[in-house]
Design a protein around this ligand. Sequence first.
Ligand SMILES: C[S@@+](CC[C@H](N)C(=O)[O-])C[C@H]1O[C@@H](n2cnc3c(N)ncnc32)[C@H](O)[C@@H]1O
Length: 215
Amino acid sequence: MNLIPITSPSFLDPGLLGRLPDWRSIFNTDNPLVLEIGCGVGDFAASMATLHPEWNYLALDYYNKGCLKTCKRADKAGLSNLRVVRDEARSFMERCIEPGSLRAVIINCPDPWPKLRHRKRRLVNAAFIAYLRGFMQSGGELFFSTDFVDYGLDVAGMMPGIPGFENLLAPDLYRHNLTGYPLSKYMIKFMAEGKQIHFVHYRKHPQTGRIHAEG
Ligand SMILES: C[S@@+](CC[C@H](N)C(=O)[O-])C[C@H]1O[C@@H](n2cnc3c(N)ncnc32)[C@H](O)[C@@H]1O
């Protein structure tokens, strides 16, 4: 495959990242690490990194052109707290993220795989959320949004059954607006078509980080 080379200083070549990289030296700060999975073209990542200079923000996608565009946004805005990685989410986390370290995990408009027979290809399911929980710090936030109703209801419905999380939108399981949360390219596209976004927002249980009610 011919990939357009990315030479931006915001780009982290996963091939050159060692196991459990020293994020502190990469970002030049000890700020907590936030991971956005499937950042697309990086509009949301740039907005979120601007809103949260106190976060070290990793925007991840395996789509090279998206990584390139995200890097361009980071460079143009001079965002020293944003880095871009071209990799597959699980593979990257296994190698590069210390368990219990993420301040937040963000997933916006993941591929919906609308056909029934393809649903099992969806990135987000109960097993994946439980897997993410292991990489999150106690009190760390999980943001999920989707433009696809069925996906939104599915994730909103499964979250209360996944131990170790607290619903930050309670008593609602999801909302169609999340104050202060930037809009991504896909959100804007689907909202322009009159569709509603489902937002889900949880926190890893802040008391102990222990997993409650697990059988
Ligand atoms: C529908 S796009 C949404 C992009 C962006 N989040 C937005 O809301 O505009 C989904 C993105 O997730 C990426 N993606 C899907 N599965 C992934 C995985 N396992 N690891 C990394 N990226 C993934 C795709 O390459 C694609 O860019």
